[in-house]
Each structure stands twice: as structure tokens, then as C-alpha cells.
Design a protein around this ligand. Structure first.
Ligand code: CA
Length: 418
């Protein structure tokens, strides 16, 4: 599919993240006005609450866009999702009869503040990138036992906290926690010393289910994708993780990008999952190309300084797709809700410059990495700003994800001060 041309001129640039082919959904406000739903097109946002009120866009007999979340639209089901995308494509296309009616509802992106795009119902994070799991397993158990025996058969995950999910741009306070280094006999309660990022994608469940669903049904139930940074306290994690997995190490914050890239925008970029030594059991088998060819990158900018690219990788490095993760999540009968968020797990490629965490890049802190500023890093320092980006490159157009940023604030001097 070529670039679809829009009467919004900035959307017709081959490198712009938000052409008519994309139509990502977000929540925005301007100058302290109410938060409402919008769709990005080039350097602008089409105010869907205003367009709905004017009768230009109608998906339901009650308004669904004058609220600070996309859950109401998701609740209407996939026919409504498709109808909305078709109508927006019609309104914003070059030569559209609706141009004059829609122009007053365009808001310059530069004047908008972006907010959380959904109410997160629940949040689950997986560990489904093979290179990441192999690297971390090698550090802790050696290369022979790097992957646990279950890893090639089920997507490993844990239930996180919806309350800790924040939108890009939110500052992240370095946490305190209980730590114990190997040379100490007893643990101590201290600020985290090994604070890290995890470069991931998040899948948003748009259709609820109650009972086991197939991989195809799971794929149909996914509304769209965002970039996701799963901030991780490695020293807290190392002490707490056995035997029930991560807990406080992953509960400080998880940042997501503000624009939901919907599945139809990503369809042209579908790719196969990697080769497997063990065939998956029937209920987890691929039902066609399950991943997407999306280039991902993460940069680190020390306070007041230029950013250095830490890693570049691709979503196609995943071993399990979001649909396989969602299908696995339901095998027990676990109900899934509209607005559930599934983290992919850290996405690392095969080589060092493709590793999606500092834990891997600095090999557990043993090999400091050099920044373009002349500084080095093993883990994050106060004032560091992390920025995730993602884009799929089409024939003369780009499906961009925008950015997912966060700056590390110093730990509180006394977390119990009142
Ligand atoms: Ca993670």
C-alpha cells in the first residue's frame, strides 16, 4: 500500500510518523481545557469530541469521544473500530468533501498536552524476547541453563499493577527498597542503585473475554500497540524475585507512549515469529504471521546534555506474539477486560548494540558503556532522560509511534518523612 495523501500537508511527508495510513488515537488537552479524544494527522490533532458534537463523526447514539480515555470506543466492538477508521480516512483524505467542515477541529500538536490514552484495567508483563531471556539467564545461571525449561513452551509473565502505568513525559522517582549485595550478610533498606529501563511494546486489549480463547481470537481482540518502558530496580529484583517473581522491583512505574497505533495501521508490516526448536502446543500455535516489523530504539540523555543511542532493535525479535501471550493468559479461564495492557517483555536483538536494557548492555554492571558525552553508564543516574521510539517503514510512508520518555528523579531523602 502506498502513502495515502491527506489535505493536511504535513501528513504527506514520507518520514512523518503520522500520515493518513496511521491515524493513531490519543487523549489531549489545550490550555487547561478538558481532556478528550483525538486522532493525530501530520502536525495536528483532529479533536474528535468537537467533531462528534458537530455530527461530523458518529459511531454511537451517545458521545464516546468527550472523555479522557478510549475505553468507551473499544467497548463498542471491532465493527465500530473499523467504521471509525473508515470515516476518519474519508474525512482526512486529499480531496475530501468534509475538509471545510473538519478544518476548524484541527489543533496544532505543538499546542496540545498528551495524557494517558486509556484507563488501564489491569497490567501484565511478559518475558518473551529470547535474546533478553538468554542474556539475563546467562548472567545469573550460565549459558547452559540460561533459558528455564518452560521458556520455549509458554510465554512467561507476571501480573503487574495498573496503578503504576504512567504516560510518557511523567518523571520517574528512583525507588527505595530492600537490597542485599552478595558480600553482605543481611539486607538493608536503601535507594535503588541499579535502576534500569526495559524497551518493550505494549498491547492493548480492546475486547473482553471470559474463558480460554484461541490465538486467532486473541489477535482479533487486540485494539492496538504502544511503546512501553518497564522501569526496573535490578538490586531490589535480585533479592526479592525468588520464588514468586518480581514484585516491588517492577512496581515503581511503567511508562507508555501516548498514541495508540491501531492494528489496521500495522497490518502491512506483519512478519513471522522466529524458528522454534519445539513446536508449540496447539492452543499456542501461530495462525499466520504474528509479529510486526517495527524498528525500535532507545536513547539516554544525561541532565542538560545530548542524547546517545543506547540500543536499536526490532519487534520481530519476539519469540511469542502479543496474541499468543493473550491466548496463554486466558487458558486458566482468567477473564480479560477492555483496557488490559500486556507488556511484551524486553526486546533485544542478537548483538550488543541491540540490547534493550542496561542490565544486558553493561552485562550486569561489569562492562560500563560509553555515552557520546564522554560519560559512562552501568545503570541509570539521576537526571537521565530515556526516550523510546518506534517506526515501521512502508513504501513512501512511515507508521510512527511517537516517543515514550521519562526522566529519573533522585530518590527521596526520607521516603517516610511526613
Ligand atoms: Ca519487563
Amino acid at each position: 500500500m502506498p502513502l495515502l495523501k491527506s489535505w493536511v500537508a504535513s501528513a504527506n511527508n514520507a518520514d512523518h510518523p503520522f500520515p493518513l495510513n496511521n491515524l493513531p488515537y490519543g487523549v489531549f488537552s489545550t490550555n487547561g481545557t478538558e481532556e478528550r479524544c483525538g486522532v493525530a494527522i501530520g502536525d495536528s490533532i483532529l479533536d474528535l469530541a468537537a467533531a462528534e458534537e458537530a455530527g461530523l463523526v458518529t459511531v454511537c447514539d451517545i458521545p464516546v469521544f468527550d472523555v479522557p480515555y478510549w475505553n468507551d470506543l473499544m467497548d463498542l466492538g471491532s465493527e465500530a473500530w473499523d467504521a471509525l477508521r473508515a470515516r476518519l480516512t474519508e474525512i482526512l483524505a486529499e480531496g475530501s468533501a468534509d475538509q471545510a467542515a473538519a478544518e476548524p477541529f484541527l489543533v496544532p500538536m505543538a499546542e496540545a498536552t498528551l495524557h494517558m490514552p486509556i484507563v488501564v484495567s489491569e497490567y501484565t508483563d511478559f518475558y518473551a524476547g529470547r535474546n533478553h531471556a538468554f542474556n539475563v539467564g546467562t548472567m545469573f545461571r550460565g549459558p547452559e541453563n540460561a533459558l528455564p525449561p518452560n521458556w520455549l513452551h509458554i510465554p512467561i509473565g507476571y501480573n503487574g499493577r495498573a496503578s503504576s502505568v504512567v504516560v510518557s513525559g511523567t518523571d520517574i522517582r528512583r525507588p527505595w527498597g530492600q537490597l542485599k549485595s552478595p558480600d553482605q550478610e543481611l539486607p538493608a533498606f536503601l535507594p535503588c542503585r541499579r535502576f534500569d529501563l526495559e524497551l518493550e511494546m505494549g498491547a492493548i486489549v480492546g475486547t473482553a473475554s471470559d474463558g480460554p480463547i484461541t490465538v486467532q481470537e486473541a489477535d482479533d481482540n487486540i485494539f492496538g500497540y504502544v511503546l512501553l518502558n518497564d522501569w526496573s530496580a535490578r538490586d531490589i529484583q535480585a533479592w526479592e524475585y525468588q520464588p514468586l517473581g518480581p514484585f516491588q522491583a517492577k512496581a515503581t512505574a511503567t511508562s507508555i507512549s501516548p498514541w495508540i497505533i491501531t492494528k489496521p495501521a500495522l497490518e502491512p508490516f506483519r512478519t513471522d515469529t522466529p524458528a522454534r526448536e519445539f513446536e508449540l502446543l496447539d492452543h499456542l500455535k501461530d495462525c499466520g504471521p504474528m509479529l510486526y516489523d517495527i524498528d525500535l530504539a532507545v536513547t539516554l540523555a544525561p541532565e542538560g546534555k545530548d542524547a546517545t543511542t543506547l540500543a536499536k532493535t526490532n519487534y520481530k525479535e519476539m519469540y511469542y506474539s502479543a496474541a499468543q501471550q493473550l491466548a496463554h493468559h486466558t487458558t486458566s479461564g482468567c477473564p480479560m477486560n477492555v483496557g488490559d495492557l500486556l507488556g511484551s517483555g524486553t526486546i533485544s536483538g542478537a548483538t550488543k548494540p541491540e540490547r534493550g536494557s542496561l542490565l544486558e548492555l553493561s552485562w550486569g554492571g561489569k562492562e560500563p558503556i560509553s555515552l557520546d558525552t564522554g560519560e559512562t553508564r552501568t545503570f541509570l543516574e539521576d537526571g537521565d532522560t530515556l526516550t523510546l521510539t518506534g517506526a515501521a517503514k512502508g513504501d513512501g510512508y512511515t507508521i510512527g509511534f511517537g516517543t515514550c520518555t521519562g526522566t529519573v528523579l533522585p530518590a527521596l531523602k526520607d521516603p517516610y518523612a511526613r
